[in-house]
Design a protein around this ligand. Structure first.
Ligand SMILES: [Zn+2]
Length: 84
């Protein structure tokens, strides 16, 4: 008898039949996937929060304060026109 190979996803947490796949980004910036059952998924959603926008707090990007050149040089440019 030929056993029909059915691809069955098992929850990565409690070995139950998975009904969903959770995608998340790891600290390495790569996407990862977890197969979860309905119960685990519900747990996930309950504990989750909407994604944070922007960069992590704490990292402050400081700009090197560029000295403003307030002194305007009176440019005395001589126009040199080529005469034919
Ligand atoms: Zn589960």
């Amino acid at each position: 008898m030929a056993t029909a190979m059915r691809e069955v996803l098992i929850c990565d947490f409690d070995d139950q039949l998975a009904s969903a796949t959770v995608n998340f980004m790891g600290p390495d910036g790569k996407m990862h996937q977890l197969d979860v059952c309905a119960g685990t998924l519900r747990d996930f959603i309950r504990k989750s929060h909407p994604p944070r926008r922007g960069r992590r707090p704490g990292i402050v990007v400081k700009r090197t304060a560029a000295k403003k050149a307030t002194t305007k040089k009176a440019s005395t440019r001589k126009r040199s026109r080529k005469r034919a």
